[in-house]
Write a new protein. Structure first.
Length: 107
């Protein structure tokens, strides 16, 4: 499903920011990300609250970093559009996603 390199996706996301504006919808899992891509959004954001809630955990930074990154990685692997990730407000949380076919890449 993923098409293009991480570099190509980063370039595409940067180009969106230099245009007139765009809507960046939030996905909480791979399925919601695919739907958002299929209806035409040029990029997808993740939602830490949505991911936490989809795991049955209340929002508020209780979801461990590895679970969060696993879900963000699944979202990124499910779509061909750029994906942004919002990290909970913890200085120790570095958001780096490594989908199986891509070397370590910042999301």
């Amino acid at each position: 499903m993923t098409a293009g390199s991480v570099s190509d996706k980063a370039t595409a996301l940067l180009a969106l920011h230099s245009g007139a504006g765009f809507v960046l919808p939030n996905a909480w899992d791979a399925g919601s990300a695919r739907i958002l891509e299929q209806v035409g959004f040029p990029a997808v954001a993740t939602t830490s609250a949505g991911i936490a809630w989809s795991c049955g955990i209340p929002d508020g930074e209780e979801l461990d970093r590895y679970t969060m990154l696993d879900h963000v990685g699944r979202i990124a692997a499910a779509v061909s559009v750029p994906v942004t990730a919002m990290a909970p407000a913890r200085p120790s949380l570095e958001v780096t996603v490594r989908p199986p076919s891509v070397p370590t890449a910042a999301v």
